[in-house]
Design a protein around this ligand. Structure first.
Ligand SMILES: C[S@@+](CC[C@H](N)C(=O)[O-])C[C@H]1O[C@@H](n2cnc3c(N)ncnc32)[C@H](O)[C@@H]1O
Length: 207
């Protein structure tokens, strides 16, 4: 039986949290997650440990060592852990320890729902934390909508795409802060996005 649970918490709002995620977290002894992830579980009795971009590596090692010491540990990952989430880094360090993954609703899925894109017919790619990849460009000419997690900002991504020859009037959409009260969905032409201000939590679609 596993002591280490990697729990997808969905796009952010408690409305999109699964019952399984709640049950696992509420029965754990130690819960490790970002501030916004921990806030989703007001009733938990567990020891809470905050994870952020600076202490990520250290916290993942802590999750593994606490689970190896026989504590039930829940590690929270936004969206789904398997898409640009904590699954890959935890697999690299967990050694022989059993791991159970609880899926969550990805920002990609919620974006596809908002824009009514059947995502079995879309290109799906993440550039988050990776920088621009040349594998993106051929996808943009295969006739399918492309759903992208940007590397940093929408602005930087738009400039990159236009430099690489994507037409400024190409139809695009941005889904920002999905599931939160300040959720925003903008449908526009590529170059028009430069006139908008977007934060960090965005999914970009290039049609
Ligand atoms: C580290 S990745 C995690 C992705 C996550 N595993 C998922 O399945 O959605 C973080 C990026 O996901 C996207 N993201 C996560 N939550 C979001 C939300 N509520 N609204 C829009 N984009 C979101 C943003 O592009 C953000 O920079």
């Amino acid at each position: 039986m596993s002591n280490l649970y990697l729990v997808g918490i969905g796009p952010g709002s408690g409305k999109y949290l699964t019952k399984e995620a709640e049950d696992v977290v509420n029965s754990s002894e130690i819960v490790i997650g970002s501030k916004r992830a921990l806030k989703l579980f007001p009733d938990m009795k567990a020891e809470k440990i905050e994870l952020n971009a600076q202490n990520m590596g250290e916290m993942l090692k802590l999750a593994v060592s606490k689970a190896a010491d026989n504590n039930k540990v829940a590690l929270l990952s936004t969206g789904d852990p398997g898409f640009s989430g904590l699954l890959k880094p935890i697999q690299k360090i967990k050694g022989n320890l059993d791991l159970e993954v609880v899926p969550g609703i990805s920002s990609i899925q919620l974006c596809a729902s908002k824009l009514q894109i059947p995502w079995d017919e879309a290109n799906i790619i993440t550039m988050h934390g990776k920088g621009f990849s040349s594998s993106l460009l051929p996808l943009l000419s295969n006739g399918r909508p492309t759903i992208i997690l940007p590397n940093t900002t929408i602005n930087e991504t738009v400039n990159y795409l236009m430099e690489k020859g994507i037409e400024p009037n190409r139809a695009v959409a941005v889904c920002e802060n999905l599931s939160y009260e300040n959720e925003k969905v903008v449908k526009a032409k590529l170059e028009e996005l430069l006139a908008e201000k977007f934060g960090y939590m965005c999914v970009l679609v290039v049609y």
